[in-house]
Design a protein around this ligand. Structure first.
Ligand code: NAD
Length: 486
């Protein structure tokens, strides 16, 4: 053992250890390797996380395949009862789960608790949908009985990012399960704890072993092994565009369906007749929530020129009330922290006018943490990099516009299309604009009030397929037509 390894081993011995969850049990990685995570609140080592390998994925897929026939033919009511029991178990444990989420991501407890509650709601909602009809009878001919039925794919791979870890895992796992699939999930290697807890709680409330498996480790090793595995028949991926493209190439070779939930650069369009007080507060919530590390963050603010200065004064004032370390957490990793600061430099080089922020923040007691001040740039041109690229930090770019047509053109001049928001008291105008925004969801006079019932997904580089709502079940099942001669 080298000195360097000996030191690492000595230090690692003090850290907690997180293993896979395979076939209803904690399972150490076959090759015995671990990654070390860093707390974004302190910059200090936080946890040893199993560094899975394709062998671990094989074991998880084999467990899932063993569980698949039983789960698929489980009486629907039983499946629903288990889903509801899991929702209640998540709720009953919400404080501990929120603390684990906070330990991984540094987010304030209020945000972590909201995320845990959202996770419970997915199991509650999909658990209540088990009685939905599984197909139709078609009146094709008098001597034929023709019916369709929804069938599960089998093993579904679920690969999730670090920003809302348990919530995004639950968002894909719950509809996949209720459609009769079994799961091999891989959370981000940075925020693995609550996905493991989700699987552990499922086992505790009575889910059969192998129905939910979680393999930990990096994307290129574990994630790719899941997408490439011949027995994985569908993949739900939430993450970056680049990785979505890489997964898409493998899925195209294998001809398996994908749900891709990718990035965003969503527009908040404020017309001169809007309720400006509410719009300003919501615009700030829209780019600071989870420190801007939200795919649907409203990071482009389009303001009609007649109210531009007045509105930006209000936005600046509200932004300066948002306190890093209290209201918002840190940026997730050192690399992402550097990346956000890189965009501060890009903004300056491109000639944007800084209204507030644009620098790191120091938080008492968290001196090594990765905090930045909520930041607003004015007089931004939509062609600038800070207006086109997803920063994934609390950074807002404000762009003036003159007419309704201008607002629509600027909004749609983006590689992304996840959400859009319109602020106007003229409902006819708001609906005209909503109709023309290229995005999967549009909000009018409110920002991003999503529920488990509202289908969610993107246009363009924001992805395809839909999560949430009854719609999602259709993305986790395929339709078979049976024709019987009578
Ligand atoms: P990421 O793409 O780097 O990682 C996401 C997941 O994919 C992680 O589990 C990672 O380990 C895995 N992965 C990485 N490389 C892989 C590969 N080659 N094969 C298979 N899996 C691989 O994303 P991130 O940095 O964790 O998250 C931030 C991104 O996620 C942002 O772009 C954000 O907009 C997006 N996001 C989208 C949504 C949505 O619902 N649309 C929600 C949250 C985050």
């Amino acid at each position: 053992m080298s000195d360097a390894t000996a030191t690492l081993e000595g230090k690692a011995a003090e850290l907690g250890r997180l293993d896979h969850w395979i076939d209803g049990a904690t399972t150490a990685p076959a090759e015995g390797n671990y990654l070390e995570t860093v707390s974004p609140m302190t910059g200090q080592p936080a946890l040893r996380v199993a560094a899975g390998t394709p062998g671990d994925v094989d074991a998880a897929v084999a467990a899932a395949r063993r569980a698949a026939p039983g789960w698929r033919h489980f009486v629907s009511a039983e499946r629903g009862r288990l889903m509801l029991a899991l929702a209640e178990a998540i709720r009953a444990d919400n404080q501990r789960l929120a603390e684990l989420e906070r330990a991984d991501s540094g987010k304030p407890m209020a945000g972590a608790l909201a995320e845990i509650e959202g996770s419970a709601q997915y199991f509650e909602f999909y658990g209540s949908l088990v009685y939905l009809p599984a197909g139709d009878v078609l009146d094709v001919a008098p001597d034929q009985h023709v019916f369709t039925r929804r069938e599960p794919f089998g093993v579904v791979g679920v690969i999730t990012p670090w920003n809302l870890p348990m919530n995004q895992a639950a968002r894909a796992i719950a509809p996949a399960l209720v459609a009769g699939n079994v799961i091999v999930a891989k959370p981000s290697e940075i925020t693995s704890r609550t996905t493991i807890e989700l699987a552990r709680l499922a086992t505790q409330v009575g889910f059969p072993d192998g129905v939910i498996n979680v393999v930990l480790g990096t994307g290129p090793t574990v994630g790719e092994a899941i997408v490439s595995h011949p027995d994985v028949r569908k993949v739900a991926f939430t993450g970056s565009v680049a990785v979505g493209q890489a997964i898409g190439r493998i899925a195209a070779e294998r001809i398996i369906p994908l749900t891709l939930e990718l990035g965003g650069k969503s527009a908040n369009i404020v017309f001169e007749d809007a309720d400006l007080d509410i719009a300003a507060k919501e615009a700030v919530r829209g780019f600071t929530l989870n420190s801007g590390q939200v795919c649907s963050a409203g990071t482009r603010l389009l303001v009609q020129r007649s109210i531009y200065d007045r509105f930006l004064d209000a936005v600046k004032e509200v932004t300066e009330t948002v306190v890093p370390g209290e209201d918002i957490g840190p940026i997730i990793t050192p690399a992402q922290y550097q990346r956000v600061q890189g965009y501060f430099r890009v903004a300056e080089e491109d000639g944007a006018r800084k209204l507030t922020g644009g620098e790191v923040a120091s938080v008492e007691g968290c001196e090594g943490g990765f905090y930045v001040k909520p930041t607003v740039y004015a007089d931004v041109d939509n062609s600038m990099r800070i207006a086109q690229e997803e920063i994934f930090g609390p950074v807002l770019v404000a762009i003036p516009f003159d007419t309704e047509e201008d607002a629509i053109r600027i909004t749609n001049d983006s590689p992304y299309g996840l959400i859009g928001t319109v602020w106007s008291r003229d409902i006819s105008r708001a609906l005209r604009v909503a109709d023309r925004i290229e995005a999967g969801q549009v909000f009018v006079n409110v920002w991003n009030t999503m529920s488990v019932q509202t289908p969610f997904g993107g246009h363009k580089h924001s992805g395809y397929g839909r999560e949430k709502g009854i719609e999602a079940i259709h993305h986790y099942s395929h339709l078979k037509t049976v024709t019987v001669k009578i």
